[in-house]
Ligand binder design. Structure first.
Ligand SMILES: [Zn+2]
Length: 213
């Protein structure tokens, strides 16, 4: 099973890279929007993680990875799209989608998307508003191999998909069993450990449920 899982991760990431290469070629379709205030006041231009990522002619446009969730919850292949950044909140950004991604990703040109720049990944990554609101409740230990320090879906959703049998037997305190668990990294197959900050401490490794798949 270990080898099968590794193969799954590698194949998904391989397709993912193909997607990036394809949309790199298609990125010249970028357009722009009205600019309500001076470029110098825009915080995203001062973010070191976004430095040198903006289109030279459209200074609020950059490329972002769009996806529909983790490999535990979705079979959709992530794609690279162009986005016009419009606002910032707590180091995450919102922007307007400029490219039409595959229909199964569920987005249309003109949609507002949310993204930020995690560690260990080549491009900024989209997140749902629900994920960004829930993020402060969790400590995500960076991947043991690549350093990726986010997830592709809500921790609870990944947990329920990853450990369905354990979830089924919980009847009383539903949050108690999701205090800590580990996963194979979506990007490289390394190990990420996830702790719920109200019910687990990162140093308590005995609480981490292992992903043995
Ligand atoms: Zn990794």
């Amino acid at each position: 099973m270990e080898h099968q899982l590794k193969a799954l991760h590698i194949s998904r990431f391989y397709v993912f890279l193909i997607g990036i290469a394809f949309f790199n070629c298609a990125g010249n379709q970028a357009t722009t929007t009205d600019i309500p205030f001076p470029q110098s006041k825009k915080v995203w231009h001062a973010d070191p993680g976004l430095k040198d990522r903006f289109h030279p002619e459209y200074p609020d446009d950059l490329q972002v990875i769009i996806h529909k969730g983790s490999s535990y919850t979705s079979q959709s292949v992530p794609e690279l799209v162009w986005v016009t950044v419009i606002s910032e909140k707590n180091a995450s950004y919102s922007g307007i989608l400029l490219n039409q991604p595959s229909p199964d990703l569920g987005y249309s040109v003109g949609d507002t998307i949310y993204f930020k720049m995690p560690s260990g990944i080549e491009y900024p990554l989209t997140f749902t508003r629900e994920y960004l609101q829930d993020r402060s409740n969790w400590h995500i230990e960076p991947c043991s191999q690549c350093g990726f320090d986010e997830l592709f879906d809500l921790p609870v959703k990944i947990y329920e998909a990853r450990f369905p049998n354990l979830r089924d037997i919980i009847t009383e305190d539903e949050s108690a069993d999701i205090s800590a668990f580990s996963l194979h990294c979506e990007l490289c197959g390394g190990i990420q450990k996830i702790y719920h900050l109200e019910t687990a401490l990162p140093e308590d490794s005995s609480m981490v449920k292992q992903d043995h798949k």
